[in-house]
Write a protein that binds this ligand. Sequence first.
Ligand code: UDP
Ligand code: MN
Length: 374
Amino acid sequence: MDNRFRFRVAWTFVALICVTTWVCLTAVLYISHEKFRLQNYYFYEREFSKNEADVGIKYRHIPPKKENILPKDEDLFESRSLSGFPSISYADYPDDIIALHDVFISVKTSEKFHSTRLDLILRTWWNTAKEQIYIFTDVDDNQLKNRTDGHIINTKCRRTHHRQDLSCKIGQEYDAFIESGKKWWCHFDDDNYVNVDALLRSLRNYNWKSDVYLGKPSINHVVEAIYKGNKVHFWFATGGAGVCISRSLGEKMNSWSRHGKFQATSERLKLPDDCTLGFIINNRLGVELTKVDEFHSHLEQLSLIQQDKLSQQVSLSYFIDEDKGSNVIELDKKISAYSIEDDPTRFLSLHCLINPKVGWCSKEKAMQRNQVNV
Ligand code: UDP
Ligand code: MN
């Protein structure tokens, strides 16, 4: 072998080693950069949601682009606020402020309350969200079907206040929410008044793409129960004050709730519907209950709510019983469209306080009523 040939082989060998080293180095650098970008992305997204929830301003979620799982940094945020968190100005993404059509509202009732509690709802807050509200009852009622434009569902659950029957209804409310594709599900009882504007304002403080469970606990300690032979502990929001659940959370509840499973879970737990919701959410899924002060059931003393704050509340309730006494909100005569005799629940007057332009709330109508009463 002559020297020239040896020289060529040696150079080819050196060139090969150089190319291989260059390829390896480029690959290592690329992978570590991607890893860094991934960590950064999650860091910012987590801090972003926390910041938004804390200050209670509108939230815009930036979904990762499907074709490229990691969004580029410039897609993620255009500018930053002084606190170092991204400020919200994303030209690329549509506005995501929660509106009425994003919410599925279910009301649980029963035949015996159609002409009393439900009638009161239909005269008042129903009119502020007709398209959004669905009524879950236990009988066919053609008159109500017409009046609600078909927004009444016969669950065929039995007509009692027993655990199984209430869970049967709420299980169907859940199924209907999942099928509706809405961003939020809010459940209320038929003895609730809901200020739909205040509800929307409240929902806008949270992200429907996160796991959010909103309501008001009625007891100040965790519930202890037995599930499949094991002790379980959880917090729950009382159903009588209303409960809201985000889409993200709703979908995760599937295996304990969908197509009749909610009733089965409630049976296993031997607890009512609202406790079962708390068990699934807080115990099984580890999602905290977010207490919202503006939700109210008749388990709290309603007369303690300041009158000038009444129109800011999300939900209110009442309890009227001749023997046990009554628990209703307090509204002074001078700001009431109706007297206590004509409006024992105070919901008519409350509705007028919140919506003074409603025809039957006007002063003239109130005077006519008084004259008729005299
Ligand atoms: N409810 C029902 N079937 C019944 C009794 C009550 O679906 O046999 C519903 C009722 O319409 C209300 C909720 O369950 O939406 C709570 O009922 P209620 O206010 O009478 O009792 P609470 O639990 O508040 O004491
Ligand atoms: Mn009640």
